[in-house]
Design a protein around this ligand. Structure first.
Ligand SMILES: [Zn+2]
Length: 287
């Protein structure tokens, strides 16, 4: 475990799969200087879960993969669990819309218990599909998201949001949804943020930026909180998508090479934002 410039190197959102590279992908991350991974659950089977037990088994696979990564590489892992918002659509084909919504809510309750038991650090991905929906389905998706925010509030953890790209009004609505249920804006993280959010508003929901080179450069001097992520999918059909797991340590090393002032900026996504949003501090042993 080495980190970069004395700092931990954190990928705030990735997935691992038993069918993919798993711990080998984490080895690429570690070899490039990476130290901490937030691992979000995903479907590992062709069909979406149709009962809570299906989600329990899914979360257990994520937990096992994260443990394998820690044991094989020494990379620290944090679990993020929730029923994927888009599962609602396919589950509703067999359960009906009301049954699909009920399953989302009960699986969110399960995810909340995992946070309470400290098996997970956040709910994610929660939110709503990134494509247009019929009105009744859109309403059910928003009801599921509302429940996710309530669970996050009750267990005291962040909600990691999957949604369409947000404009200024979209960010404002997201923050408003949190406030309505008593969840502070800095407990709401928009994952897969693909454009810089104007930081002048401050005290808003938190972008987790896709770590493309130009975007990292554009946001580096913004005040936190903000994160960097690859949204690595570990899907053998899409190798290296969305970005490879080695991306963030490589970007961090390139920034650190520009001098101490630039390197210091990396403390925003890798240390201070984690502390503010999650309430713990990633440490590099021996640094
Ligand atoms: Zn994801």
């Amino acid at each position: 475990m080495r980190g970069i410039a004395g700092l931990p190197v954190v990928d705030h959102h990735c997935h691992l799969s038993p069918a993919g590279d798993g711990a080998r992908a984490a080895e690429r991350f570690r070899a490039a200087g990476g130290t901490h991974l937030f691992v979000a659950t995903q479907n590992y089977e062709p069909a979406v879960p149709t009962d809570v037990d299906g989600y329990r088994r899914q979360f257990e696979v994520t937990e096992r993969l994260a443990r394998e990564v820690r044991e094989a590489t020494g990379v620290q892992t944090y679990l993020v669990v929730a029923p994927y918002p888009i599962d609602l659509l396919r589950a509703s084909e067999t359960l009906g819309l009301a049954g699909g919504l009920d399953l989302q809510q009960r699986a969110l309750d399960l995810a909340g218990r995992w946070v309470r038991e400290r098996r997970a650090v956040a709910l994610g991905e929660v939110g709503w599909p990134h494509f247009p929906l019929d009105a009744p389905v859109a309403a059910a998706a928003q009801a599921a998201f509302g429940h996710a925010l309530e669970v996050a509030r009750d267990v005291g953890c962040p909600a990691v949001v999957h949604s369409p790209d947000l404009d200024a009004e979209g960010w404002r609505q997201l923050e408003e949804a949190g406030r309505r249920c008593g969840l502070a804006p800095d407990r709401i993280v928009k994952h897969y943020a693909r454009a810089r959010r104007d930081p002048t508003g401050a005290a808003g929901a938190v972008p987790s930026y896709l770590a493309r080179r130009d975007l990292v450069r554009a946001v580096l001097h913004d005040p936190g909180p903000w994160f960097l992520e690859t949204d690595f999918l570990d899907d053998p059909a899409r190798p290296g998508a969305v970005l490879d797991l080695a991306t963030i340590p490589r970007r961090a090393a390139a920034i650190a090479a520009q001098g101490a002032g630039e390197a210091e900026r990396l403390a925003v996504p890798f240390v201070r934002s984690v502390e503010q949003v999650y309430g713990f501090r990633p440490e590099v042993p021996g640094a």
